[in-house]
Design a protein around this ligand. Sequence first.
Ligand code: SF4
Ligand code: SF4
Length: 83
Amino acid sequence: MFIILLYCNNTNNVKITLFFIEGGTLMAYVIKDTCISCGACEPECPVDVISAGDSIYVIDEDGCIDCGACANVCPVDAPVPAE
Ligand code: SF4
Ligand code: SF4
């Protein structure tokens, strides 16, 4: 299954991202408690489902499209696919 996503980031550049989802199933990401709340992942999320929680950043799993962008920028590998 392919997902084509058109979105603007914080610098107003339009980005077109093509996602290939193996097997047609989306696997939402979650953020482990090893998160150091650096905030690097939040602006990278193309669907804006990452926010600062009480002690660590959190992902609204219902909206996550399984792109992995958050995991790619995290310095401590805290975002991982939900089990
Ligand atoms: S995997 Fe992609 S869509 Fe899901 S929270 Fe991370 S950046 Fe956002
Ligand atoms: S990039 Fe990693 S450490 Fe930083 S807020 Fe996101 S999950 Fe937490």
